[in-house]
Design a protein around this ligand. Structure first.
Ligand code: CDV
Length: 308
C-alpha cells in the first residue's frame, strides 16, 4: 500500500440488544463490499462494533454481561468479516468487548484491533479513559457503566507501522483527552482511528446536549492538527434501544480540516483521499516537536490528576 490511499469510516446505525453477531457482521460485510467498489484501503468500524452499547444497562449477573464479550478474535461469527476484508485487500479497525483469561484471572477490556490486508491482527489497544460510573444509578434515563464492566487498558498508547503508515487507536472518551492524542503524536502517529458511542443526552450536564456534535468534531479536529495526523472517527449512530447516539463520522486532515462527514445516522461509508506525506506540513512546521516542545516545563502533566 502506498502512502496515498482512500480511508473510510464505516459508520454503523443502531444495533438491537438481541441482534445476533452474525447479523451485525453481515451488515459490516456489506460495508466492506461497498468499500471495495469505492477503492478504500483502510476501513474504521466503531467502538464495541459487534453488539449494542451494553453499558447502558445495569446487569447483576456476570453471565448476562459476558454475552457481549469476545473470548476469541476472530470468532466463528466474526470470521466472515476477516475473510471479506482480506478478499477485498482492505485493512480495518474493529472495536469490541474483550474478555481474557490472565493466568486464571478473568479480565475485561474495551478493546480495538487493527487487521492488515492479509487478515493478520497487527495492533491492539485497550481503552484507558473509561467514562461513567460503577454503581447502578436508577435516576438516570440510561446507565453508563463502563467503569463497572471494564478495567482500564494496560497496553499504553501504542503506535504500529501498518503497511506504510504509523497507525494508532483511541476509543471514544479517549479522544476528548489531549494527553491521549499527544501520546500517539509523540510516537509519530500519522493516522488515528477513533470509534465512538456518544449519547446525545449527557445526564450530568443536559445543557450540553446541543453541543455533542460540536464537541466531537472539536476534539477530533484539534487532535489531528496538534499532532499532524489524519484522524478517522467512526460512530455507532442513531436511536439504539431508545438512546440517541450522535453520528458525525468523519475523516480529518492533519490541518484539522474535515475532508468527509457522514450524512446519515445509519450504516454509511464516509470516504476521503489520504496522503500521509501531508502530515509533515504540520510535523515539520508549527508543531515541530524537536524545535518547539518544552517538556521540562510540563511536569504537572504527570503529577496527579490536577485541580477541579
Ligand atoms: N463511549 C464513550 O466513551 N462515551 C462517552 C460519553 C459517555 C461522554 C464519550 O466520551 O463520548
Amino acid at each position: 500500500m502506498s502512502r496515498r490511499f482512500i480511508a473510510a469510516a464505516a459508520q454503523l446505525g443502531p444495533i438491537a440488544r438481541d441482534e445476533p453477531r452474525r447479523d451485525v457482521v453481515a451488515r459490516m460485510v456489506r460495508l466492506v463490499e461497498e468499500a471495495r467498489r469505492r477503492g478504500v484501503s483502510w476501513l474504521v468500524f466503531p467502538e464495541l462494533a459487534l453488539t449494542t452499547f451494553f453499558p447502558r444497562w445495569f446487569m447483576e449477573r456476570q453471565s448476562e454481561v459476558d454475552r457481549f464479550f469476545e473470548t476469541r478474535m476472530p470468532s466463528a461469527d466474526v470470521q466472515p468479516l476477516f475473510d471479506a476484508a482480506r478478499g477485498a485487500e482492505i485493512a480495518f479497525h474493529l472495536g469490541f468487548a474483550e474478555k481474557v483469561d490472565d493466568s486464571g484471572v478473568e479480565r475485561r477490556f474495551n478493546t480495538a484491533i487493527l487487521v492488515d490486508r492479509a487478515g493478520r491482527i497487527v495492533h491492539k489497544y485497550r481503552k484507558v479513559h473509561l467514562p461513567g460510573h460503577r454503581d447502578h444509578e436508577p435516576q438516570r434515563p440510561f446507565q453508563h457503566l463502563e467503569k463497572r464492566y471494564f478495567e482500564r487498558g494496560d497496553l499504553g498508547f501504542p503506535v504500529t507501522t501498518v503497511e506504510d503508515c504509523r497507525a494508532g487507536v483511541l476509543i471514544c472518551n479517549d479522544r476528548r483527552w489531549p494527553e491521549a492524542f499527544r501520546m500517539l503524536g509523540l510516537n509519530g502517529v500519522e493516522m488515528v482511528m477513533a470509534g465512538y458511542n456518544t449519547p446525545r443526552h449527557y445526564p450530568l450536564a443536559p445543557e450540553h446536549d446541543r453541543l455533542q456534535d460540536f464537541h466531537n468534531h472539536l476534539c477530533l479536529q484539534a487532535g489531528a492538527y496538534q499532532n499532524g495526523t489524519y484522524v478517522v472517527g467512526a460512530a455507532k449512530a442513531g436511536v439504539e434501544e431508545g438512546c440517541e447516539l450522535i453520528g458525525g463520522s468523519c475523516v480529518v486532515a492533519p490541518t484539522g480540516e474535515i475532508l468527509a462527514v457522514a450524512a446519515t445516522l445509519g450504516d454509511e461509508l464516509v470516504c476521503a483521499a489520504v496522503d500521509l506525506d501531508r502530515c509533515a506540513e504540520i510535523k515539520r512546521n508549527i508543531f515541530n516537536f524537536a524545535q518547539h516542545r518544552q517538556p521540562d516545563t510540563y511536569g504537572l502533566l504527570t503529577q496527579g490528576v490536577g485541580q477541579l
